[in-house]
Design a protein around this ligand. Structure first.
Ligand code: IPM
Ligand code: MN
Length: 352
């Protein structure tokens, strides 16, 4: 029996609650499809930082490299200054493990309310391939004359040939392997005439290797417009880290909200980390009210990525059944079912 070592970082706020349900469901799927998950928990996050001053231990990456996958609940604490945990934990893990793809499916499941009028599950079904290690996220820049009227603040956007090419290539391969048809490049090449010029050149060049796939391009501002007006135009969107961050929050909303939006930080050659797109939602922490479906769907992506496709599919099908049959009426926190009741229900459907 295949055994997978999973590093679980429950994190802050609602992270531990939703991660617990995601792991519960993953265990049910593992049991049913004949594999084993061996879990090791890491208490990194806001509370650990406040208690010890440590964000990640020095050997964190070495410790993690022994695992087959990582599962993360959420990072973010109201008592810690914005940016400290995000950079010190989340981005350090993504960058340190070179998880260069952030894969974010935008899929409206049957029975889920979308704010888009006259759009249904057949219209909203695409995947965003967000580059996950470059762009404005690299943290290169600084202040000059900080705090004075002459202050200068600089934050550099970085695009490398290697980084762009591996993201673009991943998007085309993903499209081909998953029976999808079209890859759309989302950039701002009309203004970012260096960084996104590179994206343009790489996209069309690599695209030539995929004659069977349709290629398209739209600037990010137009993309946000079309995602609302004609989401059915999109199949696979490839984009840089900053733009991908922004458009996937919009994507989450059109698929029903943060309560359902799953994500994966992938290093296709190494260790990947699975996490819902939503944050730690401190106001719901500890109340058993948060919706764990996004976390559960991310665990489904983890199983699929471990090579347990049947287990991954079963998790998605269980979510579809729960929503489609009206067992879960709202994706917002505080619905009629508690966090753990939703986890129990999905586990039960997975085990059937
Ligand atoms: C996300 C989040 C992170 C990001 C933050 C918390 C650093 O918004 O996963 O989308 O910007 O990537
Ligand atoms: Mn984000």
């Amino acid at each position: 029996m295949a055994t997978y070592k999973i590093a679980v970082i429950p994190g802050d706020g609602i992270g531990p609650e939703v991660a617990a349900e995601a792991i519960k469901v993953a265990q049910a799927a593992a049991k049913k499809y004949g594999c084993k998950l061996e879990l090791t928990y890491f208490n990194w996050g806001g509370d650990h930082y406040l208690a010890t001053g440590e964000l990640l231990p020095e050997d964190a990456l070495d410790q993690l490299k022994k695992f087959d996958a990582m599962y993360l609940g959420a990072i973010g604490h109201p008592k810690v200054k914005t940016g400290v945990l995000e950079k010190g934990i989340l981005l350090n893990l993504r960058f340190g493990l070179d998880q260069y793809i952030n894969l974010r499916p935008v899929k409206l499941y049957p029975g889920v309310w979308t704010p888009l009028k006259d759009k249904g599950p057949k219209d909203i079904d695409f995947v965003v391939v967000r580059e996950n290690t470059e762009s404005l996220y690299v943290g290169i820049g600084g202040f000059f004359k900080k705090g004075t009227p002459d202050e200068v603040a600089i934050q550099e956007m970085v695009a490398t040939r290697k980084g762009v090419e591996r993201a673009v290539r991943y998007a085309f391969e993903f499209c081909r392997k998953n029976g999808r048809k079209k890859v759309t490049l989302c950039d701002k090449s009309n203004v970012l005439t260096y960084a996104h010029d590179l994206w343009q050149r790489v996209f069309w060049e690599v695209g030539e290797e995929y004659p069977a796939l349709e290629k398209d391009h739209a600037h990010v501002d137009a993309i946000t417009m079309w995602m609302v007006k004609n989401p059915e135009w999109f199949d696979v969107i490839v984009t840089d880290n900053m733009l991908g961050d922004i458009i996937t929050d919009l994507g989450a909303m059109i698929q029903g909200g943060m309560g359902i939006a799953a994500g994966a930080n992938l290093n296709p050659e190494g260790l990947s980390m699975f996490e819902p797109i939503h944050g730690s939602a401190p106001k719901y922490a500890g109340l058993n009210k948060a919706n764990p479906l996004a976390a559960i769907a991310s665990a489904g992506l983890m199983m699929e990525n471990l090579g347990e496709k049947k287990a991954g599919d079963a998790i998605e099908q269980a979510i579809i059944k729960a929503l489609g049959e009206g067992h879960i009426k709202t994706l917002s926190a505080g619905g009629e079912k508690s966090t753990s009741e939703i986890g129990d229900l999905i586990s039960e459907f997975v085990s059937e």
